[in-house]
Design a protein around this ligand. Structure first.
Ligand code: SAH
Length: 364
């Protein structure tokens, strides 16, 4: 990408307005035109902005460009889960996954609906012991344009061109990286995704998942820009230190206390994510400890069966083990829902595809 040009995908709405007025010397309202093409229209080339005169397009192309991500690999699972390996401008690779929604649809409505899982960092500094991305280490934060670029790459692949009837209905910030450690770009991405002249995503269709970072949690909550999910994974401090050595620097009890005070909207609940690792965090004492935590919070518990990654000694629970754990939680009046693991045949868990790619075992 030419260094002297402004990448339109990296401008927030106020920045684009400023660019239109000060650099292009156009009327302010014309920012809407450009914004619509970049986000709703998903064009890759300024020459495609056909409601701008030829002269205006030439002027714009003289000082701006549109930085889209390159799709390096796409894999479609037998269950419809689709995983993309995308290349950023500097050659770094990140992952995003499309998951077909299970949500009940109206009779006769054959529309496919997808949830997209997006990344926020290249690699991750948190080094959780069960996570492939954690094993990569941290390389860098992703920019706002790169974060939303994942949605644009998936929309282009699906032919999802009408924001008023989107195929990608829900977004979860649960891909590579820790969103609260890249808070500014994450908040900008949420504002841009929700802007009415662009993709117009509702905050009720977006969830941001964190391993629990003290700095930023409050600011994120007060922004009201998305729901919060917290990766709990262990119901006591000692086990959490083993599974999530860095995240547990914020003691579990303090994390839970801050969730008690977290600003929730009407009818909103915090999602607690709990990776179920057989024999490690699914024992009767864990059920009791989880019950104590859940009794303090307005929360629901999502159980995620561990998706095995090479190089770790952990084991996924059998369906019977998972059901036993789930039933034990119900008996304690905990709303626990098992999230079916999808896309196992395409290495769809966090960081697995890039790891496989680097190990030279890509089957694409
Ligand atoms: N850093 C954020 C978001 C990225 S991880 C967070 O920790 O929430 C998103 C989710 O994927 C987390 O709940 C994480 O624990 C889960 N995950 C990571 N590795 C996994 C694996 N091998 N199997 C199943 N889920 C995994």
């Amino acid at each position: 990408m030419p260094l002297d040009k402004v990448d339109l995908c990296e401008l927030t709405w106020p920045e684009l307005e400023k660019f239109v007025v000060e650099t292009l010397c156009w009327k302010r309202f014309r920012a809407q035109q450009i914004w619509r093409w970049v986000w709703a229209g998903n064009v890759s080339d300024i020459s495609s902005m056909t409601d701008l005169s030829l002269r205006d397009r030439e002027q714009l192309a003289g000082s701006a460009c549109i930085g889209r991500l390159r799709t390096a690999d796409v894999r479609v699972s037998s269950d419809g889960t689709t995983k993309f390996l995308l290349q950023l401008g500097d050659g770094e690779l990140i992952e995003t996954v499309l998951i077909p929604s299970d949500a009940p649809q109206r009779p006769g409505d054959l529309t496919v609906r997808m949830t997209q899982c997006i990344s926020t960092q290249v690699g991750c500094p948190m080094a959780c012991s069960f996570c492939s991305t954690g094993k990569l280490g941290f390389r860098r934060n992703m920019t706002m344009g790169e974060i939303i670029g994942q949605v644009q790459a998936a929309r282009a692949y699906l032919g999802d061109t009408r924001p008023e009837r989107p195929i990608i209905r829900n977004l979860v910030y649960m891909g590579m990286g820790e969103p609260l450690l890249n808070l500014d770009a994450v908040l900008d991405s949420l504002k841009t995704l929700q802007h009415p002249h662009g993709l117009a995503f509702s905050p009720r269709r977006i969830t941001v998942s964190t391993c629990g970072i003290q700095k930023g949690m409050r600011e994120f909550g007060e922004s009201g820009l998305a729901y919060l999910a917290v990766s709990l994974h262990a119901p006591n401090q000692q086990l959490r230190e083993q599974l999530m050595p860095r995240a547990s620097a914020w003691p579990l009890d303090e994390l839970v206390a801050s969730l008690e005070d977290y600003p929730l909207k009407a009818r909103e609940r915090i999602t607690l994510e709990y990776l179920v690792i057989a024999g490690v965090n699914d024992q009767p004492e864990h059920v009791r400890q989880l019950a104590r935590i859940c009794s303090r919070l307005k929360a629901k518990l999502n159980l995620i069966p561990y998706n095995p990654t090479p190089g770790t000694a952990y084991r996924a629970p059998t369906p019977e083990e998972l059901l036993r754990f789930e039933k034990a939680l119900w008996q304690k009046d905990i709303t626990a829902i098992v999230r079916k693991s999808k896309g196992q045949d395409i290495e769809a868990a966090c960081g697995q595809l890039r790891a496989a790619h680097e190990a030279g075992v890509s089957r694409a």
